[in-house]
Design a protein around this ligand. Structure first.
Ligand code: C5P
Length: 407
């Protein structure tokens, strides 16, 4: 077993669900990221995945039994619990989640959970009805309260033929999230970061609104990266279909006006404000109380009068004292020139610009490529996953914040 200080030491708990067949892949993903992995199987897991396969990819002997005298002689279970930098349980069945939530330690894996002080991550995997059962919800709430990070589950086709939430998130995503959470330097330790994300909706009547293509993914990724870097994060989110990253306070809003109100009262308590949201610039002048009838829309030339929304980032950047302010700009032409001008006009400390005319990046895509512009220079980040962009941006923003004498 490797004892190198730099290799992250991971206990990978595997419980008995069909997604256990992906465990060897998860071991490989973790090892590729430089981790030393010891697999720990429950008895039921051994029905889905073999110790031989896990031994081959982990290069460490898998553990299954609290009463294995040889394994215990080599490294006792308490020692193993102390050895770990993280415990991941993937897949985590409804049964193992229930046992963990109640502190039941009746096998090696659940005993290690109680004995370790390392961060714990669970990736649930179960049938959609089991996932939606109130008991599972209660147990997960308890685990979250106990500081466990819940990864997923994903939505989609299930082995049992049903469709919906309950699939384990993919091994590469688990490996990426865990290594980001335990391996990120805490460059924002002790700071309070306020982030807006997603689009806003400006209603014309109860069923129609003006909005835009923002998915919220970049803002949510930034919130997660800032949290992993040690910040206390509040995320003001427009209407998006994204789960709340663990450990983050989330405020849901719909319109630009609601977003402005949510930001205005929180900004004085923030050290850094990052305005990622694609806030609608205009809203309908009149919001009709009832759904507009076609006859009311009159002929083919129906016009909607709009009025301007207040600029949120501009209003925050203009007050004193104010947080360190970072804006975002999505541009379709001359992105750098427009963003430089926008940064100055809105008095922002920095602005992150992306060219949304390229369909492979930006809006609604998993990838992004951006340039961070600040008073002292510009940093280009080439095309990569939004999570990776977020981690790089957090490093850059932390450095700028510190050099502004505010860190
Ligand atoms: O001018 P533009 O809308 O492109 O500026 C983008 C930046 O301004 C983003 O940071 C966005 O969150 C912010 N914004 C705002 N309030 C508005 C419009 C944009 O905070 N009403």
């Amino acid at each position: 077993m490797q004892t190198d200080n730099h290799a992250k030491r991971i206990l990978l708990g595997i419980s008995g669900g069909i997604a256990a067949y992906k465990a060897p892949m998860l071991v490989r993903n973790l090892r590729k990221m430089g981790a030393d992995v010891v697999p720990v199987l429950t008895q039921n897991a051994t029905r889905f995945v073999t110790e031989t396969a896990l031994q081959a990819v982990a290069d460490n002997r898998p553990r299954t039994d609290l009463w294995d005298a040889d394994a215990e002689a080599a490294m006792g279970h308490i020692e193993l619990a102390r050895w770990a930098d993280a415990l991941i349980i993937a897949p985590a069945t409804a049964n193992v989640i229930a046992r963990l939530a109640n502190g039941i330690a009746d096998d090696l894996l659940t005993t290690l959970y109680l004995a370790t002080t390392a961060p714990v991550f669970v990736a649930p995997a179960m049938n959609v009805k089991m996932w939606e059962h109130a008991a599972t919800g209660r147990n997960l709430e308890r685990l979250r309260d106990d500081g466990v990070t819940v990864l997923g589950p994903a939505d989609g086709a299930q082995a049992c033929g049903e469709f919906g939430p309950g699939r384990m998130i993919e091994p590469d995503e688990i490996a990426e999230k865990v290594t980001a959470a335990i391996g990120t330097p805490r460059v924002l330790d002790g700071t309070r970061v306020l982030i807006t994300a997603g689009p806003t909706r400006e209603f014309l009547d109860p069923v129609r609104f003006i909005s835009n293509r923002s998915s919220g993914r970049q803002g949510f990724a930034l919130a997660e990266a800032a949290h992993n870097a040690g910040a206390q994060v509040t995320l003001v989110a427009g209407p998006v279909h994204l789960p709340t990253p663990t450990g983050i306070e989330r405020i849901d809003v719909v319109s630009a006006k609601q977003m402005k109100d949510a930001v205005t009262c929180r900004a004085p308590h923030a050290d850094i404000f990052v305005s990622v949201a694609a806030v609608a610039d205009y809203r309908p002048h009149t919001v009709h109380g009832q759904k507009l009838k076609k006859s009311q829309q009159r002929s083919t030339d129906f016009r909607v009068a709009l009025k301007e929304n207040e600029d949120i980032v501009g209003s925050i950047a203009g007050v004193k004292p104010r947080p360190f302010v970072v804006g975002f700009a999505a541009e379709t032409e001359s992105p750098l020139e427009h963003a430089r001008e926008k940064r100055r006009r809105k008095c922002m400390d920095a602005i992150v610009v992306n060219d949304v005319s390229d369909p492979a990046i930006g809006f609604d895509s998993s990838d992004n490529a951006v340039t961070l512009i600040h008073a002292g220079g510009e940093v280009g980040l080439p095309k990569m996953r939004k999570g990776a962009i977020a981690r790089r941006l957090v490093d850059e923003i932390a450095a700028l914040y510190a050099s502004a004498g505010r860190g």
